[in-house]
Design a protein around this ligand. Structure first.
Ligand code: C2E
Ligand code: MG
Length: 290
């Protein structure tokens, strides 16, 4: 139906003959050109923004960390989400500029929120291209020093790498980050094709389970253990902690907790919000948390 709705009569070159064309690829192309035209210089014009989503300890529902999520507030295009922004930034060679801005802004915020003994971590997301860039680890080390942050308060989240070449480079860089004391997480675990053997090679401290796995419909229908519980026991064997992501209902929170997930994140617990709102939210909890 969607395709039909998008389709429009194109022209009638001959009598009684209508050709249809799909405007969708054309709209995508125009959108892409708009993004490519507007993105250069966005950092300098102050158009990037971060929202933060708390991560909670599922035992007591207190916040233990926040995840920084980038937004591009373009005066021309409105708010652009990372799913659109990051690929364009990569293709235009601007991903380093974006990544540097995110790293420093998130570290600065973490330093502010850590004053007074509050013990929070800050997650930042990096693409494989950013992580494997030659300057990435040095840049992280410099940011920690500049903002006076204990390395274990920073968590670098990376999605599953695809090919063997990427995997090797990612393993190497994550190892170097951990040597600094920085913690690492495999994001959206359970969606990609990563094998167990590959997972064991990943130097990560945390697995973030994708929300589709958390909401797995077969989970409680008696066919053995819920998928989430299997991942938790796998995580235990690998010595990693688990964050259940994308929790959208109290029922899902309970399932994650029953399965043994230590941490949770999702709209039902706390939505991504501006720094000011998250700060007000954090103020509701006693410090230091843990
Ligand atoms: P992610 O790291 O898996 O982040 C979670 C995404 O799911 C976020 O979308 C968040 O807003 C959304 N989310 C959180 N809780 C829920 C929930 O309960 N239900 C649903 N349906 N969604 C939820 P967002 O902000 O659009 O980010 C999308 C992805 O973009 C992120 O996925 C991350 O991989 C990437 N990303 C975000 N910020 C950055 C950045 O600064 N740099 C890079 N390279 N990638 C980023
Ligand atoms: Mg993430």
């Amino acid at each position: 139906m969607d395709v039909l709705r998008r389709a429009e009569p194109a022209r009638q070159p001959e009598r009684n003959r209508i050709e249809w064309y799909d405007r969708y690829p054309e709209e995508q192309l125009i959108r892409r050109m708009d993004l490519e035209r507007e993105l250069p210089g966005a950092a300098g014009r102050g158009e990037f923004d971060l929202v933060y989503q708390p991560v909670l300890d599922l035992d007591d529902q207190c916040p233990v960390g926040t995840e920084a999520l980038v937004r591009w507030r373009s005066p021309v295009l409105g708010t652009v989400l990372p799913a659109e922004l990051v690929p364009v930034a990569e293709d235009l060679g601007l991903i380093d500029e974006l990544g540097r801005w995110v790293l420093h802004r998130a570290c600065r915020r973490l330093a502010e929120w850590s004053r007074g003994g509050r013990r929070l971590w800050m997650s930042i997301n990096v693409s494989v291209a950013e992580l494997t860039g030659p300057e990435f680890v040095g840049r992280v080390a410099a940011a920690l020093t500049l903002h006076g942050i204990a390395p274990d308060r920073l968590l670098i989240e990376i999605a599953e790498p695809s090919g063997e070449g990427d995997l090797r480079a990612v393993v190497n860089q994550l190892g170097r980050l951990r040597a600094l004391g920085v913690r690492t997480a495999l994001d959206d675990f359970g969606l990609g094709p990563m094998s167990l053997a590959q997972l064991r090679r990943m130097p990560v401290d945390i697995l973030k389970i994708n929300r589709r796995l958390v909401a797995e419909p077969d989970g409680r229908q008696g066919r053995g253990q819920p998928v989430i519980a299997v991942v938790v026991s796998l995580g235990r064997r690998l010595g990693v902690q688990i964050v259940a992501g994308g929790l959208e209902s109290a029922d899902q929170v309970e399932q994650a907790w029953l399965a043994g997930c230590r941490f949770g994140q999702g709209y039902v617990l706390a939505r991504p919000a501006t720094a000011e709102r998250v700060e007000a939210y954090l103020e509701e909890f006693p410090t230091p948390y843990r």
